[in-house]
Design a protein around this ligand. Structure first.
Ligand SMILES: CCCCCCCCCCCCCC(=O)SCCNC(=O)CCNC(=O)[C@H](O)C(C)(C)COP(=O)(O)OP(=O)(O)OC[C@H]1O[C@@H](n2cnc3c(N)ncnc32)[C@H](O)[C@@H]1OP(=O)(O)O
Length: 220
C-alpha cells in the first residue's frame, strides 16, 4: 500500500483560489442553535398534521424570517476550516449538503481523523427517509461520498470524486446511530483509492469503493 500523507502546510489554501474562509470556531453559537432549530423544523414540517390556521401562521412566520436572514448572505463557495480532535485541519464548503456546519439540510455529521482515514457517527430522522423507516439510497451514497472525500483530503490533499461504487448490503435504518468510516487504500500520482462503510448495530449496511482525483498543485 502506498499512502503519501502530506503535511498540512502542503495542502491548498482555498484563499489562494479566491474563496473566502470562515474559521469553524468563529461561527456564532446563535447560528449553530438556529441551524439545529431549522433542522428540527424541517422534520416537523415534513411530518405535521397541524390544522390550516396553524399552517398559515407558520408559513407567514417562516417567510418573514427568510426575508430577514437573506438581508445578509455569504458568498457562494465560502469555505470553513475545521480542526479535528487530533489537530488535523480540514476545509469544506460551509453549506456542504452532507457535512456543512451552517446547512440545516445536512445531518449532524462530524467526521474525525483516525489512522488512515476518517470516522464518525450520525443518526438520521425522516428527512432522509426513502423506503418506510429506512435511509434513502441516494443519501447513503452521499454519506459515503463525503466520507471518502474527507479521508482522501486529510490523508493526502483535497480532490474530486471521479468514481463511486456503492454496494447496498442491508437496509440502513433511521433513528439508529450509524457508524460512517473511510480509509485511503492506495495512491498513484493524483489518484487516491478509498473505501468506505456504513454500519448499524455493528453490521455493514453499505460499502463503497471510490477514486478521488486530487486537485492539481505545483507538483502536477
Ligand atoms: C482549495 C480548494 C479546496 C477544495 C475543497 C474540496 C472539498 C471536497 C469536498 C468533497 C465533497 C465530496 C466529493 C464531491 O462531491 S466532488 C463532486 C462530484 N465529482 C465531480 O463532479 C467530478 C467531475 N469530474 C471532474 O471534475 C474531472 O473529471 C476530474 C477532476 C475527476 C478529473 O479530471 P482532471 O482533468 O483533473 O484529471 P485528468 O484527466 O488529468 O486525470 C488525472 C488522472 O486521473 C485519472 N482519471 C480521471 N478521471 C477518471 C475516472 N473517472 N475514472 C478513472 N480514472 C480517472 C486519469 O486517467 C489520470 O490518471 P493517470 O494518467 O495519472 O494514471
Amino acid at each position: 500500500m502506498t499512502v503519501n500523507t502530506q503535511p498540512v502546510a502542503e495542502r491548498p489554501d482555498p484563499r489562494a483560489y479566491g474563496l473566502p474562509v470562515v474559521e469553524q470556531d468563529q461561527i456564532p453559537d446563535e447560528l449553530r442553535s438556529l441551524v439545529d432549530g431549522v433542522r428540527n423544523l424541517v422534520d416537523a414540517v415534513s411530518n405535521t398534521e397541524a390544522d390550516s390556521a396553524t399552517l398559515a401562521e407558520a408559513d407567514a412566520a417562516v417567510r418573514a424570517l427568510n426575508d430577514r436572514l437573506n438581508a445578509a448572505r455569504r458568498e457562494v463557495g465560502t469555505m470553513v476550516r475545521r480542526t479535528m480532535g487530533d489537530g488535523t485541519d480540514e476545509f469544506g464548503t460551509i453549506t456542504n449538503v452532507v457535512a456543512g456546519t451552517t446547512n440545516p439540510a445536512a445531518p449532524p455529521l462530524d467526521l474525525e481523523h483516525v489512522e488512515g482515514g476518517v470516522q464518525g457517527t450520525v443518526t438520521l430522522n425522516t428527512t432522509y427517509q426513502g423506503p418506510p423507516g429506512l435511509v434513502h439510497g441516494g443519501w447513503i451514497a452521499a454519506l459515503l461520498d463525503q466520507a471518502v472525500g474527507s479521508a482522501s483530503a486529510v490523508e493526502t490533499s483535497p480532490g474530486m470524486t471521479a468514481k463511486l461504487e456503492v454496494n447496498y448490503r442491508q437496509p440502513t435504518p433511521l433513528f439508529t446511530p450509524l457508524e460512517i468510516s473511510a480509509r485511503v487504500r492506495s495512491t498513484e500520482r493524483r489518484k487516491v483509492y478509498v473505501t468506505g462503510q456504513i454500519r448499524a448495530h455493528g453490521q455493514v449496511t453499505a460499502e463503497a469503493e471510490a477514486l478521488m482525483i486530487r486537485i492539481p498543485m505545483d507538483e502536477g
